[in-house]
Write a protein that binds this ligand. Structure first.
Ligand SMILES: NC(=O)c1ccc[n+]([C@@H]2O[C@H](COP(=O)([O-])OP(=O)(O)OC[C@H]3O[C@@H](n4cnc5c(N)ncnc54)[C@H](O)[C@@H]3O)[C@@H](O)[C@H]2O)c1
Ligand SMILES: [Zn+2]
Ligand SMILES: [Zn+2]
Length: 360
């Protein structure tokens, strides 16, 4: 199968033929139909986060099940599925206490003494985040995908797998926004726009979007923002505090910068919560005024929106089908597998919401 391979940090992706193994007892072979390009892929390509090379990036996909292992009960060949990097074992402490997106049990990967899922003995390929979706086929653990309604278009299904699951989840699961509360979302890319949409679904009061690109205003408003602040215009913290007469109940950072994470904390009202979903490069630290904890402000992280993806993804599909979740507007461009580097360059400008790779 063809795949976009990363061989060195910062290098362009190379389209190569990569062998793929057959499903083991708990594995599923998927024919990839569509895959979104997420900023997290770019962080790994640029070395802001480490990953073992060579690898195939990509983790926001949908496709059709081609074959399943002998023990797989959750999906069957022909099923349309959305994948999720939050593979879970189902029996560790995280899974049993409802925090399955924190599961890191080694059984989700193949043991080192077995042939790799991707590549061959001469050149084993490291699987990226349990998936490696910039490829015509994926071989994944059965708990890394969920079946969806076959009427759901693949391109829109794919972006649920990371951006939407994360943006919706950070609001509903991690921050637990209550009706009427005020929410600021810093960064209006795929994740931030989905967080704005999630806040609207949760019944938030004022939803304030912040981005440095002025062109994001109309998109942010279409997703449910009531206000938009162009970050480059000045101090977005002061503007948020003024607009809300004292600060927001929730601030969501969806960029991945230490400065905007600090801003998220600074724009909270007393008792408010800042949730950082952006991936801040490894090694960077935040600086926060310690006395602010006396105002009972809270600072927390969110991994993949603290999802329960086998439950969340079908619900998000039905939210789309009933018009509550905006996915059509989130896809700015549809591209081919060979266009990923170009999509990364466009992503760096902040002008687009999401590029989605379509496979034939
Ligand atoms: N925690 C998780 O589980 C998780 C999951 C998915 C993505 N992420 C991370 O979330 C972040 C957002 O991902 P994305 O795919 O939506 O990214 P994106 O590149 O599509 O969007 C980022 C947005 O931030 C804006 N921006 C950049 N710098 C800014 C600044 N200084 N001030 C204001 N706005 C600014 C850009 O204009 C753009 O609209 C990334 O760091 C990504 O790695 C984290
Ligand atoms: Zn992602
Ligand atoms: Zn587990």
């Amino acid at each position: 199968m063809k795949a976009a391979v990363l061989t060195a940090v910062g290098a362009p992706l190379e389209i190569q033929e990569v062998p793929i193994s057959k499903p083991g007892p708990h594995e599923v072979l998927i024919r990839t139909a569509a895959c979104g390009v997420c900023h997290s892929d770019l962080h790994f390509r640029e070395g802001h986060y480490p990953t073992r090379l060579p690898t195939i990036l990509g983790h926001e996909s949908a496709g059709i099940v081609e074959a399943v292992g002998s023990e797989v009960r959750t999906v069957r060949p022909g099923d349309h599925v959305v994948t999720c990097l939050s593979a879970f074992c189902g029996h560790c402490e995280h899974c049993l206490t409802g925090h399955m997106s924190l599961c890191v049990e080694p059984e989700l990967q193949r043991p080192a003494d077995q042939p790799a899922r991707l590549g061959d003995a001469d050149r084993p390929m490291n699987q990226f985040l349990n998936l490696s979706a910039f490829a015509e086929q994926m071989l994944v653990h059965e708990h890394a995908c969920v079946a969806i309604d076959r009427d759901m278009p693949f391109d829109r299904a794919a972006i649920i797998g990371c951006a939407v699951l994360t943006g919706y989840g950070v609001v509903s699961h991690t921050a637990k926004v209550r009706p009427g509360e005020t929410v600021a979302v810093i960064g209006c890319g795929g994740v931030g726009l989905a967080a704005i949409n999630g806040a609207a679904i949760a019944g938030a009061g004022r939803i304030i979007a912040v981005d440095r690109v002025a062109g994001k205003e109309s998109l942010a408003r279409a997703f449910g923002a009531t206000d938009f602040i162009e970050a480059s215009d000045g101090d977005s913290v002061a503007t948020v505090v003024e607009l809300t007469r004292g600060g927001v109940h929730h601030a969501i950072e969806a960029i991945g910068l230490a400065t905007t994470a600090q801003d998220a904390f600074a724009m909270l009202r007393r008792g408010g919560t800042a949730t950082i979903v952006g991936m801040i490069p490894v090694g960077q630290k935040l600086s926060i005024d310690g006395w602010q904890f006396l105002a009972e402000k809270k600072l927390q992280g969110s991994l993949m929106g603290s999802n329960h993806f086998p439950v969340d993804v079908p619900r998000l599909v039905s939210f789309y089908q009933s018009g509550k979740l905006r996915l059509d507007e989130m896809i700015s461009r549809r591209v081919g597998l060979g266009d990923i580097d170009e999509a990364f360059e466009e992503m760096k400008t902040g002008q687009i919401a999401r590029s989605v790779i379509l496979f034939d």
